[in-house]
Design a protein around this ligand. Sequence first.
Ligand SMILES: [Zn+2]
Ligand SMILES: [Zn+2]
Length: 326
Amino acid sequence: MAMRVKLWGVRGSLPSPHSPEQLDARLRSVLQEFFKRGHTSPAQIDAFLASLPLQKRGGFGGNTACIEVFSDTTSLIIDAGSGLRRIGEKMMGGACGLGRGEAHILFTHFHWDHLIGLPFFIPIFVPGNQIHLYAVQPELEDVVRMMFTKPYFPVPFEQLGAKIHFHRLEPRQAVQHGDLRYTPYQLDHPDPCWGYKFESAGTVFSYCVDTEAKRLQPAELGPDLPLYQGVDLMVFDAQYTLLEVTEKINWGHAAAPIGLDLAMREGIKRVLFMHHDPAASDDKIADAERQTREYFQAYQESARAAGRPAPVVEWSFAQEGMVVTV
Ligand SMILES: [Zn+2]
Ligand SMILES: [Zn+2]
């Protein structure tokens, strides 16, 4: 069976829940639309909700970066953003709740939005569990120990119930983990950040968040080019619109059209865009998706006009909770 990916957190920089006022306004507009369409029965609710665009119902999600990658026999977690809390809740229903479980978390880098879920990952407190943490950066252990230090957190590292194992990864060196093989490649971010390419059962998934993608040409990417080659599914940084990217140079994030350019050139089959700006409303994210669609359609039309085949890439903006088969 092919790899599967579950997106537990797709927001960038800061967990971003809806405010009560925003939720009330959303509820009001949904109810108005329900009655405007002449619906009266609870039996019509599911079909009605399914007919609404994402930004008019649940939205894109507010938890920060946390992704689970599954193969037939094993799983890995990428980053410990606030989405990790819900993975912990899920795991507590299995062996982790009995203290006989294990978890494997790969870190891209140590900005808060990729760490903040770790102290709220319940399996880490259960004696008997084995928690394995991996990073290219040598400061992994120092960073994690610092998080579990007063006054930042009440439970010191030494009192965590689970056994914590630290693993240093070598840049661009593949690691076999069960039937998943993964390789770290460097991204373009203000502090060193490593994306990962996963391979299993003939399918390839690349995780490219957080990155400004300053290096785009093959010669610039050099040893990191394989991150984008032979890829079935890529998750890419789209914190900003194209206009915002030009205003936020060196902020470390990209825009969806930049990822699409890479995907079209490298023949990547499917792209999901995430690390949505915490300041962006669901409407603004949906508008960035619309702008990206116009960009993509213009590219396809110009290819056809030039007598070239229009590039085919399946893509969308990621929503928290999505499960995708690679
Ligand atoms: Zn981030
Ligand atoms: Zn970052």
